[in-house]
Design a protein around this ligand. Structure first.
Ligand SMILES: Nc1ncnc2c1ncn2[C@@H]1O[C@H](COP(=O)(O)OP(=O)(O)OP(=O)(O)O)[C@@H](O)[C@H]1O
Ligand SMILES: O=C(O)C1=C[C@@H](O)[C@@H](O)[C@H](O)C1
Ligand SMILES: [Mg+2]
Length: 195
């Protein structure tokens, strides 16, 4: 007489055992990641896109602020390396839990190799912007410690350094300089056939 539950261990080598799952794994849904320099509009476009799709909005800079306080204070009190580790860990956790989500990253998130590896396998959009428009949008660079001292020169240098990283981790690049928020959002929706 066959026993129930079957003794799988006893029969392991003699017959093939079907894999039985109580439930099928839940589909994780889709994730769109926005990357790019300060002033490209990542946070703004992510909010608009999430609203249009009815998806979850995750802004990793905001997650850091909520849990650890203002970014300039973290830079002053703990230094940039500490912030980058915090940022990479925050992004990892956000990606682990994300399903049907739009994720806006900080401008320097691509500096972390782990982050590059992960977002390079996802639908990642590089939002680009030219220097003049970026500086117009972010004003004097308040609240952005990496621009302190000379926002224009720093923005330009940082953008040049990171440009290859933005490009190697994305599958779509949109120059937002002369496009409004609705137009950029629509371009992403069309490209990934989200609606
Ligand atoms: N396409 C756009 N057209 C005009 N203004 C925009 C556009 N996108 C964003 N902005 C404005 O530019 C400013 C900066 O945008 P936002 O904060 O979204 O940039 P960000 O890429 O998230 O920057 P950071 O890396 O510093 O977080 C905001 O005031 C926003 O309203
Ligand atoms: O480009 C950067 O290095 C940064 C951009 C912002 O989004 C913040 O993550 C922080 O101010 C650092
Ligand atoms: Mg932002």
């Amino acid at each position: 007489m066959s026993e129930f539950p079957p003794d799988l261990g006893a029969d392991l080598n003699t017959r093939s055992i079907p894999i039985i799952r109580a439930t099928e794994p839940t589909p994780r849904g889709q994730v769109i990641v926005l990357t790019g320099p300060m002033g490209a509009g990542k946070s703004t476009i992510a909010a608009e896109l999430a609203q249009r799709l009815g998806w979850q909005l995750i802004d990793t800079d905001e997650l850091i602020v909520t849990s650890h306080g203002e970014i300039p204070e973290i830079f002053v009190e703990r230094g940039e390396d500490y912030f980058r580790n915090l940022e990479a860990a925050t992004i990892n956790r956000a990606l682990d839990g994300a399903a049907n989500a739009v994720i806006s990253l900080g401008g320097g998130a691509v500096l972390a190799e782990d982050t590059r590896k992960r977002i390079g396998q996802l639908d990642t959009v590089f939002l680009s912007v030219n220097e003049d428009i970026a500086l117009e949008r972010i004003g004097g660079g308040a609240n952005r410690p990496v621009l302190a001292g000379n926002p224009q020169e720093n923005w330009r240098r940082i953008f040049q350094q990171r440009l290859p990283l933005y490009r190697q981790t994305s599958t779509l690049e949109i120059d937002t300089s002369d496009k409004d928020v609705a137009a950029v959002t629509e371009e992403i929706i069309q490209h990934f056939q989200l609606a």
